[in-house]
Ligand binder design. Structure first.
Ligand SMILES: *Cc1c(COP(=O)(O)O)cnc(C)c1O
Length: 477
């Protein structure tokens, strides 16, 4: 191989960055990503080749590659870097996991009306703080709040960024410097970084733990109340369930106690539903209307869990308390934007009309009929028959609501089970992730499970095509 005098490999055959920039791939990337970003990526691609060829292993390669091959490799790296950059952003995926409220995949998909409200109403100028009847300044979020109050039977409502913000907000405004009484069975972590004891600490509230993990009585609350007690905090345990020898006082009893003592009763309901989900086996999920009528003074819940709307922290309760929240300086930092109000209003309108089960994707998926899903899955499996070494059959698995809702509620649900004569489930899963749009599926017992419950029916064809593409890669391997 050619060597320069100082014994360094001769890298003159390495293509200059300008050659990479002159390719069709570069033109495409430059158009989409801008010339400066393209130059950065092209330089990085050539740099990475250079440092590899400069390494002891790479130097040996020089004898066997041509300048054309090196250019091709640089372009391949340029494309890969561009793809990685794109994939790092928000991209459409097909959720074939069967987990309906999938936090990693954006929780609730929005209803068609909510999407329309975003695109046609909120994206441009709109009446965010304008009263069109009076022709003067209006109250931000007024209609969404009124709908929330109406649908839950609460006196008033206020909306913040998410349910974690709602909890922090309420505790800061009403309990800072005082004590919050919480059952040991409810000191939970709700995925990620939301831990009740930490939220209390951040809000400057002292946590008073009472009862035991499995049993807490009303007398435990009574005995813990002292001069510094600011709030009785009831937390929905959301993502786990204590079963067996358990006890917790009903919310009504807590409300009586709180009223008697002049203390705030706040329930963090988390996934909370405003429709009755008993028919789907979710009767244990807190129903916000019931919490309000049982006497909770304030209740907070997420907009993008079982409600099926955009991310938001929804707070309902006594008008005087809501007003206090609204007037607090923190509200300005936690409030939501016009996009959220628009999508939320459209979502809540479906509840008011009584069409939530057909209009709101989360509820539609929850209520999907087993026979219909079976028929759809059978059709999907048929469509895959004959794909390159792929075996597809219909089977049953357990469904999961997800999003920290309804643990232990896992009715049987039909799934397509895929396996391949040459490829592991892990490999198929990886290939599906690299299709456009990416398909996210679940692996169990070295088989790939595709659950159509969480796939929009309009995406069935896209999904089958993605699988075809993934399998066609096999030929090229
Ligand atoms: C999910 C959940 C939260 C956090 O809600 P976000 O809207 O994700 O911030 C808080 N509390 C409970 C009980 C929850 O289930």
């Amino acid at each position: 191989m050619t060597k320069l005098a100082d014994n360094k490999p001769d890298l003159r055959i390495l293509p200059p960055v300008s050659d990479v920039l002159a390719t069709d791939a570069a033109a495409e990337i430059g158009e989409a990503g801008g010339q400066r970003h393209l130059s950065d990526l092209a330089r990085a691609a050539v740099d990475s080749l250079r440092s590899e060829l400069n390494s002891p292993d790479g130097a040996g390669m020089l004898a066997f590659v041509s300048r054309e091959e090196l250019l091709e490799e640089a372009v391949r790296r340029l494309r890969a870097a561009w793809r990685a950059d794109q994939n790092a952003g928000i991209r459409k995926v097909i959720n074939a996991t069967g987990v309906i409220v999938h936090t990693n995949l954006g929780r609730a998909p929005l209803s068609a009306d909510a999407v329309k409200a975003l695109a046609e109403t909120a994206a441009g100028y709109c009446t965010l703080e304008y009263d069109i009847e009076k022709g003067s300044r209006g109250k931000r979020g007024a209609r969404a709040e009124a709908l929330l109050a109406e649908l839950t039977g609460a006196e008033a409502a206020v909306i913040v960024n998410n349910c974690a913000a709602a909890a922090f907000f309420i505790l800061t405004v009403f309990a800072k410097g005082g004590e919050a009484i919480v059952s040991r069975g409810e000191l939970v972590e709700i995925g990620g970084d939301f831990r009740i004891p930490d939220v209390l600490k951040q809000s400057g509230t002292k946590l008073i733990e009472i009862g035991t993990t499995n049993r807490t009585r009303i007398s435990d609350y009574e005995n813990a109340i002292g001069p510094d007690t600011a709030v009785l905090l009831k937390v929905h345990t959301s993502n786990y369930k204590i079963i067996g020898f358990t006890e917790a006082p009903p919310l009504k009893a807590l409300a009586e106690l709180a009223d008697q003592q002049g203390i705030l009763l706040y329930e963090d309901a988390g996934s909370g539903a405003i429709a009755d989900l008993g028919a789907f086996g979710l009767g244990d999920e807190p129903n916000i209307g019931r919490s309000v009528s049982d006497g909770a003074h304030l209740v907070s819940f997420s907009g993008d869990k079982l409600l099926g709307g955009p991310q938001a922290g929804l707070i309902v309760g006594k008008a005087e308390l809501i007003e206090k929240l609204r007037m607090h300086p923190l509200y300005r930092a936690l409030r939501v934007d016009k996009l959220i109000y628009a999508a939320l209003e459209a979502t809540l309108d479906a509840y008011r009309r009584g069409s939530e089960q057909s209009d709101i994707p989360v509820l539609k998926m929850l209520s999907a009929n087993k026979e219909d899903l079976e028929a759809r899955t059978a059709k999907f499996v048929e469509r895959l028959a004959g794909l390159n070494g792929l075996k597809a059959e219909i089977s049953t698995s357990e469904m999961a609501v997800g999003g920290g809702a309804a643990p232990g509620v896992n009715p049987e649900t039909p799934v397509a089970v895929l396996s391949h004569e040459d490829l592991s489930a892990v490999e198929i899963e990886k290939r599906l992730r690299s299709t456009q749009p990416a398909v996210i599926a679940r692996i169990a017992d070295d088989k790939l499970l595709v659950d159509l419950r969480t796939v929009d029916e309009r995406d069935d064809v896209l999904l089958a095509r993605a699988l075809e593409n993934a399998m066609n890669d096999v030929v090229q391997v």
